[in-house]
Design a protein around this ligand. Structure first.
Ligand code: AMP
Length: 616
């Protein structure tokens, strides 16, 4: 393997990149740097983002700059303001020890006057978005007559964004005897047309296979019913507690809706799309970069230029319209030698589109199986234990409180303590997933298994009777609620409760035969949020039990003095539940949110999570 020194770089540059931790050149650098250090060498480089291309073009460009001549000698064009700032920042780092070298980013959305003033003072390298550069050219405030190198970064993105005309206009003003270098993640017909038009005998350098996604990325497809897409997303996130990823949506509206739901469900997430102001987008991107956010829900356009190297997951919430977009999306993970996972959550109708993507990336999608509640709980448990092991203890700060803490906990054994500590976080998942349905995979013949009211009648255990209740999971009604409802409303008795079967709109539960009448008496005609509870012996046709004429309030009859009985309206707050999102969730209060009315998918069988914001 060659070293940076072997590639012919100067001492100043070697010193700077060594400080940045670059030990060996990445493949694109090994191929491009020596070539660009020579003269008159045009290059089309097909390389995914994250392969080290900024240094590949940046280092030789810096080295070849004539510092004494303070005019633009290199022009770097890129699609977005974020990428522009990123490249300019990298070049400044690389040229830390190159005295007096000036790099200027010019991009829309910030003061043109200060950019003009900097240009007047003199710069060597201009990094520009095409629109702003054209503006400066029209104002005759930028001089391109001495440009010797033109670099087009993410050229395919610039074309996708409609910059073809602008690029033509810019290149016609740059001297013909220049070096031109074009970087693109994919080789499309447009790219080869531009390359033929503007590059001379360009050398084609391909890192990896043409149009292939990164080698380090696994591609996994989860096929679910359309109504289950959001649930599938949550389960994927829950089964990857350390997730640091982008969820791509197709529209701004969908982006905002999914982000809103995730935030409401207690995830450390936020949205990034074109309806946010530049300042809001900057804030979100910064939070994501520094990992104050774990999940960024974004549109393709808004996420362009967001340069983050260590994403664990890219999640396609549905497939993009263009196959190329998939390559770009998935290219955001598995960067800089790391591994990553690109997930698609699709419904049956979208399945056909997968073939086109597989063809493009030259890989097949693995068929993903949505994790079960038990699997998720196990993953979360391991995460809690890991955190417990690794938590930093500030001996000095905590020591003053320890005697009191020890005194309070001395009656607990080590095993009890461990169980309790772990349960603080783990219970949320356990409780939520205890009753969650297994997500069913849709079959190719499109059959969709419904809530089975046609189940064969189940017999109660000996000594028990099976009762029907007109409340189900859609009402946020789970085993805990059934038990609580009975215990709070059956007078002066501890009811022996047997098996509980929860359906979407109704449920069955068994109680001791001898207590049947007390339960019917206690529960019938209760009022839960305006709905009258009806309980009857399962299978008994119209033998409706004796009803009280007056409605009672749920939980009112037998509440203990502690007052803790659950009422549907009482949503536990974050603090009640002791929940804090990882690294402190950004709730984005200043951000515009779409209405919280909830879509049809909110009324899914996992709707409980929506009613109790901190449960997932
Ligand atoms: P890029 O494709 O230019 O966005 O680079 C992707 C990431 O790889 C950036 O964080 C670079 O700082 C990093 N990088 C580039 N070249 C090297 C290298 N030779 N060794 C280690 N990291 C590198």
């Amino acid at each position: 393997m060659k070293t940076f020194k072997d590639l012919g770089l100067s001492e100043e540059i070697l010193k700077a990149i060594e400080e940045m931790g670059y030990e060996n050149p990445m493949p694109v650098q090994e191929k491009v740097i020596p070539y660009l250090l020579g003269e008159g060498n045009d290059v089309v480089a097909l390389a995914q983002t994250g392969t080290g291309k900024t240094a590949a073009f940046g280092l030789p460009t810096i080295q070849k700059t004539d510092i004494e001549n303070r005019v633009p000698q290199t022009l770097i064009l890129c699609p977005t303001r974020e990428l522009c700032l990123q490249i300019a920042g990298d070049l400044s780092d690389y040229s830390k020890y190159v005295d007096r070298l000036k790099v200027l980013p010019v991009y829309g959305g910030s003061s043109i006057d200060s950019q003009i003033r900097s240009l007047k003072r003199g710069v060597h390298i201009v990094v520009a978005t095409p629109g702003r550069l054209l503006d400066l050219m029209r104002r005759k405030t930028v001089q391109l007559g001495f440009v010797k190198n033109v670099i087009m970064d993410e050229a395919d993105e610039m074309l996708n964004m409609g910059f073809t005309e602008s690029i033509n206009a810019i290149l016609s003003e740059v001297p013909k005897d220049r070096n031109t270098l074009m970087f693109s993640a994919t080789m499309s017909s447009d790219i080869s047309r531009i390359s033929k038009k503007y590059l001379n005998n360009a050398k084609e350098i391909t890192i990896g296979t043409k149009n292939e996604g990164s080698k380090n990325v696994r591609h996994v497809a989860y096929t679910v019913h359309a109504k289950d897409k959001y649930m599938a997303l949550k389960r994927i996130a829950d089964s990857n507690p350390q997730i640091y990823g982008i969820v791509f949506c197709r529209t701004r509206k969908e982006t905002q809706e999914i982000a809103d739901k995730l935030i409401q469900d207690g995830y450390n997430a936020d949205s990034l799309h074109g309806e946010l102001s530049q300042a809001q987008r900057d804030t979100v991107m910064q939070k994501f970069r520094v990992k104050h956010l774990q999940i960024l829900v974004a549109t393709d356009v808004a996420a362009r230029g967001l340069d983050v190297d260590d994403l664990t997951h890219v999640i396609n919430y549905g497939l993009p319209d263009e196959v190329e977009s998939y390559t770009h999306r998935s290219g955001r993970t598995g960067r800089a030698g790391k591994t990553g996972i690109s997930i698609v959550i699709i419904n049956l109708r979208e399945k056909g589109k997968l073939r086109a993507i597989e063809h493009k990336i030259g890989k097949q999608f693995e068929a993903g199986v949505i994790p079960t509640g038990t699997e998720i709980c196990e993953k979360q448990l391991i995460k809690v234990i890991d955190e417990l092991e690794k938590v930093k203890v500030s001996e000095e700060d905590i020591s003053a409180f320890l005697p009191e803490i020890y005194r309070k906990l001395e009656w607990l054994s080590k095993e009890d303590l461990i169980k309790r500590m772990v349960s603080i976080e783990f219970n949320r998942f356990l409780e939520y997933y205890r009753n969650a349905d297994k997500l069913e995979s849709p079959t190719d013949n499109g059959s969709d298994r419904r809530d089975r009211s046609d189940r064969p009648e189940r017999k109660a255990e000996a000594g028990y009777v099976r009762l029907f209740i007109n409340m189900g999971k859609m009402d946020g009604f789970y085993a805990n609620q059934v038990i609580e409802l009975i215990n709070h409303n059956v007078r002066n008795k501890r009811v022996n409760i047997g098996r509980i079967d929860l359906m979407k709109n109704f449920s069955f539960f068994e109680v001791a035969e001898a207590q049947k009448n007390d339960v019917l008496e206690g529960l019938n005609n209760l009022d839960i949020n305006g709905r009258r509870v009806s309980v009857e012996v399962a299978g008994a046709e119209t033998s409706s039990p004796k009803r009280n004429s007056s409605r009672k309030s749920y939980g009112s009859s037998n509440r203990s003095s502690g007052g803790g009985g659950y009422r549907s309206k009482d949503k536990p707050s974050r603090s009640d539940r002791g929940y804090t999102s990882p690294r402190g969730a950004y709730k984005g209060k200043d951000r515009k949110r779409s209405d919280e009315g909830g879509s049809s998918s909110d009324r899914s069988s996992e709707g409980w999570a929506r009613r109790k914001p901190n449960k997932r």
